[in-house]
Design a protein around this ligand. Structure first.
Ligand code: GLN
Length: 487
């Protein structure tokens, strides 16, 4: 039998229900694993072992009494540290929020808890979710579990590392421009960025509201569909939340892609995209064709403008969202006598924010300032509309679009961090999806030098069932998801 920390959520729920294992055994084995590997990977910022064990015992009691159990009964879940957890420190990996303990739960936490999931800790991330490597965390980087000299991707690097290292069974991340899919690709996990508005953002600490979504990160497609079924749904507390009926996505997982139409945009394979990555993802497409799908090459010419448009919009929104950290209401506050309001404000921010966060606030403020607003911000919004339309046109012909998630395999820690532009370029294939508000999933489709490569499957607005079905069919007919990092 697999070790408890290697079980999927589906297996854990079944085994607890059938009294083969207890929730306490499961949580204990996760914490044992954490004590073995956490020093190597640094996936967590905060661990809540006592609370987790207490919750596990409550679930075991429910089992003994024959009470009904939630759909995630006893499943250890790791939560990205920008999702508010009542009574558990939520830092956004920033000094600014180092001691922030939210007085409320994000909606996704409430729904996961209602289903008896067990929160085991809060995971490391790029500070304020700004980054693609988890290196901009004010508390030090996370290391890729496949090779600790490499970045795990970001910004949800801690969440992905935690599940791939066996330190959690499920994880939650957030994706503004790729932050779920990028680390999923770099660590061979499954990660989905849901359609904009499908999952409540209430309690997610905002970076760029018009782009971001909370998404599940798991080791297989079934668990991804399971967690998505739980967190998706209308929430009146998030004004962008869409009012669509709740779905059980696990029921839609069928091993069949016959006659499904795949579009392969040539822009996803152009210069800047590593040859091995291109080849591996093409092999993935061909595998789906072997399984009965049809494919055609296509073109989305405006994708070329997606990256600048994304960074303009994201930074502009960030500059306004992060204005609330004034050192007065909450967050870090400089402890010095005799400072006036303005000095308190600027000194607290100077110390509380890391350099990447400051860079983005400055650039975003510039893009929104009088005289430049039309030239930059407004133009970026227009580009966004064109990109959206281009995707809409493409989806008249195809059921899904497929390309690489990331243009390269994981790279070494420290390799790009001093060069922000080269880091921004890593997001070239993920940000168009956020601009268009579409759903996309990253699944493992190969390895190069023992480092993972991810394939991105993009769907129509609200059409999660097809991307999950394609991902599921690929997974059922390949072995990439069965490989485990050797830690
Ligand atoms: N790497 C992108 C950025 O830094 C995306 C981050 C994210 O999705 N949170 O903006």
């Amino acid at each position: 039998m697999s070790k408890l920390h290697e079980l999927t959520a589906k297996q854990i729920v079944e085994k607890i229900r059938d009294k083969e294992i207890t929730a306490e055994e499961c949580v204990s084995s996760i914490f044992e694993r954490i004590s073995e590997v956490e020093d190597k990977v640094h996936a967590f910022i905060t661990l809540v072992e006592n609370e987790a064990l207490k919750k596990a015992r409550q679930i075991d009691e429910k089992v003994l009494k024959g009470e009904s159990l939630g759909r995630l009964a006893g499943v250890p879940i790791a939560v990205k540290d920008n999702i508010c957890t009542k009574g558990i420190r939520t830092t956004c990996s920033s000094r600014m929020l180092e001691n922030f303990v939210p007085p409320y739960n994000a909606t996704v936490i409430e729904t996961a808890k209602k289903e008896d999931a067990i929160i085991i800790g809060k995971t490391n991330m790029d500070s304020y979710a700004m980054g693609s490597t988890t290196e901009t965390s004010d508390f030090g980087p996370t290391y890729n579990p496949w090779n600790i000299n490499y970045v795990p991707g970001g910004s949800s690097g801690g969440s992905v590392t935690a599940i791939m290292a066996g330190e959690a069974t499920l994880a939650l991340g957030s994706d503004t421009g790729g932050s779920v899919r990028c680390p999923a690709s770099f660590c061979a996990a499954v990660g989905i960025k849901p359609t904009f508005g499908l999952v409540s953002r209430y309690g997610l600490i905002a970076y760029a509201n018009s782009l971001e979504q909370i998404g599940p990160i798991t080791r297989d497609v079934y668990d991804c569909a399971l967690l998505l079924s739980i967190i998706a749904g209308h929430d009146p507390r998030d004004s962008t939340s869409i009012n669509v009926p709740k779905k059980n996505y696990t029921r839609l997982l069928v091993n069949n892609v016959t006659n499904l139409k795949i579009g392969v945009p040539k822009e996803f394979f152009e210069e800047g995209v590593n040859k091995v990555v291109s080849q591996t993802v093409w092999d993935g497409v061909k595998k789906l064709v072997e399984l009965g799908a049809l494919y055609e090459e296509t073109s989305l010419p405006s994708l070329e403008y997606a990256l600048p448009a994304y960074y303009l919009i994201a930074m502009s929104e960030a500059s306004s969202n992060l204005a609330r950290y004034d050192g007065i209401r909450y967050g870090y506050r400089i402890d010095e006598e005799g400072l006036n309001w303005s000095e308190t404000f600027s000194k607290s921010r100077r110390i509380g924010f890391g350099s990447e966060v400051k860079r983005r606030i400055i650039l975003g403020t510039f893009a929104l300032s009088a005289g430049y607003y039309d030239r930059y911000y407004l133009k970026a919004l227009k580009v966004r509309t064109i990109i959206k339309r281009e995707f809409e046109e493409a989806f008249k012909k195809y059921d899904v679009l497929i390309g690489p998630t990331m243009p390269t395999p994981p790279f070494k820690i420290g390799e790009k961090i001093e060069d922000p532009l080269s880091l921004y370029l890593c997001d070239i294939l993920t940000v168009p999806i956020n601009l268009a508000g579409l759903p996309a999933i990253s699944i493992p489709c190969g390895f190069t030098d023992d480092l993972p490569i991810g394939m991105q499957i993009i769907g129509k607005h609200l059409d999660k069932s097809i991307i999950l079905r394609v991902a599921y069919t690929f997974e059922r007919n390949t072995d990439f998801h069965k490989q485990k990092p050797n830690l």
